[in-house]
Design a protein around this ligand. Structure first.
Ligand SMILES: [Zn+2]
Ligand SMILES: [Zn+2]
Length: 884
């Protein structure tokens, strides 16, 4: 049974979440500004009602919430549609187990009572994951939550089934399916799991009915001797000269005494085994195909639980494994077991219960996909639907190209029951949206198909069945205005199962695409690079992460790790630094607010170079962030925001503002306005990713507000801000920062107190010299310099340190401050030690034996260490050089 986990909101998060919800921001918003008529909609990949929040959801839901929150701030009428999936086989398994724990069997209580038990389970546990999504701060439309078994959804599924059935896109057929004898249902190809098995090849002798040229028997090799009970032929390759004269003759199948033909088929691999293969059409997909070509009889020897059916003497009633042993023993006894070889191969197993699947002939319903997949491929080929990262486009197209008819019936009770009705009296049958009680032809009672539909059959309608399509079709108001949706974000493993099918269904039902952009997010792996799993114990629980780092810290830290790669090696340190970042934001805001005595709410105006620099940096940041959002480059977005806020705004702008806040009244007032402006803009940029901390601060910020809450405030306008772009101010202030950093680093290197005034010389190219000279006052104050010379042709003073940075050489005079002799001795010792270390790593890393045997992580680590040692060595050598 699923554990009931209710995430305990952090005290300051829950009230904000409730306030957003009560203010109606989670429902379709009104929209404002130039994009007010451009709706933006996302449908959440419906989590299974059996699910609890895992790292995949945490990342995927963060991505979607970030997109939807930004769109809302851009003025687009947004809605993030929420719902859950009934998850057929997975829920049925859980309820089965719950009943079994109470000593009740599903078969005992019957279908109706069992389905009621499933609904009860849904009511009790189905909302667990929705509450956890709330805990993350996700701005879904909780007022209109959907469920893939709600009445309107059931009707939508039936409408599509009936439509496809009447248009010959759904048919019933006997097929070899992958059958799970334990779940007693068919399992789709892409739901099966492959497991390597150390097995055997048994060589069995089949006597010819009449000897040919002295040949008395053929030997066939098989991995599954028990299926020989159902053999209806022996095949050889037509170009295999060894057997040419036997084609057309027959063998007498041992144990069952059946006379079966020897025939030729190009499919037979001359190299495998003896070159003759036994053919069991009912229990092997390849044999099925050969049997079709040769017109062989099909004999099903297993029942639905993989026990041998009646009519096989002592073998009847045995399960697969018992039958195998018994058949081999019988062949041995008859002297017909030629020999046995070891043979490793892979077998298909059930993804639910891990039982070996049985290729089994059964009657199933299929969707003919050939017509449907053409449209689904075209809209991706022509770019109507775009994949991010782009490489997934080809994966999607390949999947479609290889798609075979889709087996949609499942032998379960929980799910959408197939809407086919049969009259056993007169043979009438039809599909119907409404239940049929009596036969329209003869009036007898009819019965409904016992099977349910594959869960993906219902999931494929998700984007439009949640928007009113069932009753009003494409005329439903929400569909008319807001379809197609904008973004679908999902994991790569359901790209074919779900994404491609939604496109096929939408192209058919809605005559258009279901979404414009598909984001395939990286798979979250454990820190060791392996999949997270309970058995390995390397999993991470997002609920714990939210408790430790706050929802904001988890969201920002996860997005930071999104690069273009397929897998994301989870790094908890990023969440820690994101939590620290949230604190940094809080502290910066507190500093600004503590310095707002007398703040007049006037317009910002960048008058001095420092203001012009930060305004210009802000304008460039907004443009860069907008561009990254267009490609869904979340890693870039978080890194840009982090470095602007922390390195530029906090480390420099706030620091550079301190003196002005204590300055003349007009200067103080202007500084306040500009600080408030930049902080406010930064909060807006950060809000989609860190909704809580930013909203909390926005509520306290004494600015003129365009919306009562940040969630509904306007996204920074890159076009308007572009007026602030000022390359000279950026260059000037970035040079000031470089020089001051160089001076500070020199102090740290030589242990010189910040209170000691220093003499500094800066060598800088022509035009920049004037730019920098104009800011000499700033450098003097920030760097605590007594003398400052700036120019293109200044000389390096004797006994001075050197720092090189882009276009600048910064010399700090050290005479009288540093004991040069002692320093030289210390550095030389350091130099020798580092050289030894470097040699050690170089030797190790050039040793082929080590490289062949060591784990890649170790090699990577040592390579990084060597680079670090070399780097330090360079630095020490440079320091030695500057001492002369
Ligand atoms: Zn199973
Ligand atoms: Zn009838």
């Amino acid at each position: 049974m699923a554990e009931k986990i209710d995430y305990d909101f952090q005290v300051h998060e829950r009230p904000l979440f409730d306030a957003w919800m009560e203010a109606g921001y989670f429902q379709r918003t009104e929209g404002f500004g130039p994009l007010a008529d451009n709706p933006y909609t996302i449908v959440i990949p419906p989590p299974n009602i059996t699910g609890v929040l895992h790292m995949g959801h945490a990342l995927n839901d963060t991505i979607q919430d970030t997109c939807i929150r930004r769109a809302r701030m851009q003025g687009r009428p947004t809605r993030w549609i929420l719902g859950t999936d009934h998850a057929g086989i997975s829920t049925q398994t859980k309820v089965d187990k719950k009943l079994a724990d109470q000593g009740i069997s599903r078969l005992e209580i019957g279908r109706e009572a069992f389905v009621e038990q499933c609904y009860e389970w849904y009511r009790e546990y189905g909302t667990t994951i929705v509450n956890q999504i709330k805990g993350m701060g996700c701005s879904c439309d909780y007022s209109d939550e959907h469920f893939t078994l709600e009445p309107a959804y059931v009707k939508a599924v039936r409408k599509l089934f009936v439509d496809w059935y009447h248009n010959d896109l759904i048919y019933r057929g006997k097929r070899i399916v992958n059958w799970c004898p334990s779940c007693t249902t068919a399992i789709a190809d892409d739901e099966a799991e492959y497991v390597d098995e150390a097995g055997h090849l048994w060589y069995l002798r089949y006597p010819l009915t009449e000897p040919v040229d002295g040949i008395e028997y053929l030997t066939v090799a098989t991995t599954r001797p028990e299926t020989m009970l159902g053999d209806t032929g022996v095949a050889v390759n037509p170009k295999d000269e060894r057997f040419g004269k036997l084609v057309g003759k027959t063998v007498k199948l041992p144990l069952v005494d059946r006379e079966i033909p020897i025939f030729a088929d190009w499919h037979v691999d001359v190299e495998f085994g003896t070159g003759c293969v036994k053919v069991t059409p009912s229990h092997d997909p390849n044999d099925w195909a050969m049997g079709e070509r040769a017109g062989l009889e099909r004999i099903n020897i297993f029942d639905e639980t993989a026990h041998v059916v009646e009519g096989y003497g002592a073998f009847s009633g045995m399960d697969r494994d018992e039958a195998r042993e018994a058949v081999v023993a019988a062949f041995d006894e008859l002297g017909l077991l030629d020999h046995v070889e070891d043979h490793d191969h892979s077998v298909m197993t059930c993804y639910r219960c891990h039982t070996k699947l049985e290729p089994w002939e059964s009657e199933q319903w299929f969707v003919a996909v050939d017509g449907l997949k053409k449209d689904a491929a075209r809209v991706v080929e022509d770019g109507t639907i775009q994949f991010h990262p782009e490489r997934w486009r080809q994966v999607y197209l390949d999947w479609l190209a290889n798609l075979k008819d889709w087996c949609i019936s499942r032998q379960l009770w929980w799910g959408h029951r197939i809407p086919m009705f049969y009259c056993d009296e007169c043979g009438w049958e039809d599909a119907s949206v409404e239940d049929v009680e009596t036969c329209p032809k003869c009036g007898a009672a009819v019965r409904q198909d016992e099977d349910v539909l594959d869960t993906w059959f219902s999931s494929q309608l998700w984007p439009f069945a949640t928007m009113g399509w069932t009753e009003e079709g494409m005329g439903a108001p929400e569909i008319k205005r807001c379809y197609p949706t904008q973004v679908l974000s999902t994991a790569r493993d359901i790209m074919g199962l779900w994404v491609a099918r939604m496109v096929m269904a939408s192209m058919y039902c809605c005559d258009g695409i279901p979404f414009e952009h598909v984001i395939i997010h990286p798979t979250v792996m454990a820190a060791d690079g392996k999949p997270m799993s309970k058995s390995r114990g390397n999993g991470v629980d997002p609920l714990r992460l939210m408790q430790d780092y706050g929802a904001d810290g988890m969201r920002f830290g996860l997005l930071m790790q999104v690069t273009g790669t397929q897998d994301l090696k989870f790094n908890e340190a990023k969440l820690e630094s994101s939590r620290n970042f949230a604190n940094k934001i809080r502290n910066a805001a507190r500093f600004v607010m503590m310095n707002l005595d007398g703040y007049d709410g006037g317009a910002p105006d960048p008058q001095n170079p420092v203001d012009r620099w930060i305004f210009s940096r802000l304008a460039n940041l907004v443009a860069a962030v907008d561009e990254a959002y267009a490609d869904f480059e979340f890693g870039d977005i978080t890194r840009d925001l982090y470095s602007f806020f922390w390195n530029e705004f906090c480390d420099w702008y706030i620091e550079l503002s301190k003196a002005r806040l204590n300055g003349e009244p007009e200067e103080r007032a202007q500084c306040q306005r500009n600080l408030v402006f930049v902080l406010d803009q930064a909060l807006r940029l950060l809000h989609p990713i860190m909704p809580f901390v930013t909203e909390e601060i926005y509520q306290e910020l004494p600015v003129k507000k365009d919306a009562p809450m940040l969630i509904g405030a306007a996204w920074p306008d890159a076009k308007a801000l572009a007026a602030y772009i000022d390359a000279d101010a950026e260059r000037a202030v970035s040079m000031v920062c470089e020089v001051v950093s160089a001076v500070r680093a020199t102090r740290a290197r030589y242990g010189i107190s910040p209170r000691t005034e220093l003499s500094v010389v800066v060598k800088v190219e022509g035009g920049d010299a004037a730019l920098l000279q104009a800011q000499a006052g700033l450098i003097e104050r920030m760097g605590n310099t007594s003398e400052l010379a700036i120019g293109a042709d200044v000389e390096k003073p004797g006994e001075s340190s050197v720092t090189l940075s882009a276009g600048l050489e910064v010399y700090v005079v050290l005479s009288g401050l540093v004991d040069f002799d002692a320093e030289r001795i210390r550095l030389k010792k350091e130099c020798e030690k580092l050289e030894k270390d470097a040699a050690k790593f170089e030797k190790k890393l050039s040793n082929p034996g080590f490289l062949a045997k060591a784990a890649p992580e170790i090699i990577e680590k040592d390579t990084a260490k060597l680079a670090e040692v070399r780097d330090n060595l360079e630095r020490v050598k440079a320091q030695l050089a500057e001492l002369g």
